[in-house]
Design a protein around this ligand. Structure first.
Ligand code: FB9
Length: 502
């Protein structure tokens, strides 16, 4: 092969080459694959159809088609069908039917016996002629497609696809026989053998190995994206790994009255064991108790709000009931209390921004888009004299970073027990062709902040949304159970690309 390539530069087809050299073609192909893997040769796949006569086809060439054989066995005066079958042998069955179909022979009944007689004086055996032509030319190219189909259907010839190679010089032809290596080793460098070594060409098109290991669930992909935006906007992440929370931090600290419907077991999962939470700092508890009962009356000026309170007997026992937190605003209240304590201990007050993205639990009716738990996204900013305008601007800036569908937000007044004023905000989603409620927001009430110890001019603006709703919309999930829960198709974890928001 090397000599052939040296002299002629190419082996046009390995089939004639192998038969000319007396090699088996299959063996030659194996050798070519090995030579090509070392770039000594380059190969190009060839494929052609070869037509071969079958055994029956060969027989038809030598003695004629079955119908011609049967015709030749019928004498002028005719012959009984049974006798003809005997003398015609293998040709009888197919041959008689074809001969009758071609109206070469006919069967008559004479005295109840079937007699086969010639219906024509002579015949032309075109089948035999066609097969002879193929046999001589080695190709069926001259045959009409319909004729070729008849010969194939009658099993007289077969068409096989023969795969072969066109062979030319490879990149390493000049170093024939010196196996190229992929890696430059320390030994080659120290011994200098790299100078004679042949290296495999770099395949710059090679794709990297698919990353093994874990993949993020779509929810966690979206969480990572939201987290990135919060961080780039200067927000700090809150500690949120406490799913079991006291009613105090989840509701009372937020000035949510103890008879509020959200605190009912129909909306909240209360914990049996341990049913009671450890108490909170006694002085703070007292301030929360008084603020719920009578607002700012009787409280030291630094804690008093101008509120009248909810006018009911506040129960410490109720506040100590353990539950699964219904919102991450419970973490916000804990975080704000810690900021207030540091401030009261002499720390300098400075504006701060915090966020949380974590699981919350609601004892609500389940449906295709609601489970008893979801991930809440929440952000808040604490500073002096913040206004609703600051809140709207912060929300608009945050969501614009998410993508075009949030470019046009609309704000609508609403009610929240722990924020006043409060706003829902909506975005027009072009994909859904409708306005979609995106989240809720507001300014935390003085009855929440003052008992913590914040001065009157310190205000906190905050907003929240869920993680599941945007993820379902972006990934096109119709049922939340396809996204979250024990029945999801884990393969989606590996296959779903990170969602693009714009
Ligand atoms: O996520 C919600 N909607 C949404 C968000 C993004 C989105 O993106 C699409 C790609 C375009 C689409 C929709 N919502 C909040 C609104 C509704 O889905 C609502 O029906 C369901 N809400 C949840 C609560 O339901 C029990 C979503 C969840 C929610 C609601 C309010 C808050 C947090 C989560 C809050 C708050 C808050 C308010 C004031 C101060 C602090 C926090």
């Amino acid at each position: 092969m090397r000599a052939e390539l040296t002299s002629s530069g190419v082996i046009a087809d390995t089939v004639p080459f192998s038969s000319a050299k007396g090699f088996g073609h299959a063996d030659l192909i194996g050798v070519c694959k090995s030579l090509a893997s070392n770039s000594f040769i380059a190969t190009e796949n060839l494929s052609c159809e070869q037509t071969h006569l079958t055994k029956e086809g060969e027989s038809a060439v030598s003695v004629g088609s079955p119908e011609a054989v049967v015709f030749s066995l019928v004498p002028e005066q005719g012959i009984g069908q049974d006798e003809l079958n005997k003398v015609a042998g293998a040709a009888a069955k197919a041959g008689l039917a074809k001969a009758m179909q071609s109206k070469w022979l006919a069967v008559e009944k004479v005295d109840g016996a079937k007699i086969v007689k010639r219906a024509v004086g002579s015949i032309t055996d075109t089948i035999q002629q066609q097969l002879k032509d193929v046999s001589v030319s080695g190709s069926a190219a001259a045959l009409a497609p319909a004729d070729l189909a008849v010969l194939k259907k009658r099993g007289l010839l077969s068409v096989v696809t023969v795969k072969s190679l066109k062979v030319s010089k490879g990149a390493a032809f000049d170093s024939w026989g010196i196996k190229a290596v992929a890696d430059l080793t320390h030994e080659m460098l120290t011994k200098g053998t790299w100078k004679e070594q042949v290296f495999k060409p770099l395949n710059l098109e090679a794709e990297g190995k698919p990353p093994t290991g874990g993949s993020l669930h779509p929810l966690m992909k979206v969480k990572a994206m939201f987290r990135e935006i919060f961080l780039e906007c200067g927000f700090e992440e809150m500690q949120t790994q406490q799913y079991v929370e006291s009613s105090f931090w989840n509701f009372d600290a937020l000035f949510q009255p103890q008879q509020h419907p959200a605190r009912d077991a129909h909306d909240t999962f209360f914990i049996k064991t341990p049913a009671e939470a450890p108490t909170v700092p006694a002085e703070y508890l007292e301030r929360v108790k008084r603020t719920h009962e009578v607002g700012g009356e009787g409280l030291a000026d630094e804690f008093a709000s101008k509120s009248r309170g909810w006018r009911y007997d506040w129960s410490e026992a109720e506040s100590r009931k353990n539950l699964l937190r219904t919102h991450t605003t419970a973490a916000s209240s804990r975080t704000l209390y810690q900021i207030a304590e540091k401030m009261r201990a002499g720390g300098e007050f400075k504006p701060q921004k915090y966020f949380s993205i974590d699981r919350v639990f609601r004892n609500e009716a389940l449906d295709a888009t609601h489970l008893a738990e979801f991930h809440q996204v929440e952000g808040f900013i604490i500073d002096r004299n913040l206004s609703l305008g600051n809140l709207m601007g912060t929300i608009a800036d945050f969501y614009r970073r998410l993508g075009d569908e949030f470019a046009d937000l609309k704000f609508k007044p609403t009610y929240n027990p722990y924020t006043e004023p409060s706003m829902e905000f909506h975005a027009y989603h072009a994909g859904l062709g409708k306005w979609v409620e995106v989240g809720n927001s507001g300014v935390f009430r003085p009855e929440m902040l003052r008992p913590m110890g914040f001065p009157e001019d310190v205000s906190v603006i905050a907003w929240g949304m869920s993680l599941e709703r945007p993820t379902m919309i972006k990934y096109g999930f119709k049922n939340i159970r396809d996204l979250f829960g024990h029945k999801i198709d884990l393969n989606l974890v590996r296959t779903h690309p990170i969602v693009r928001w714009t």
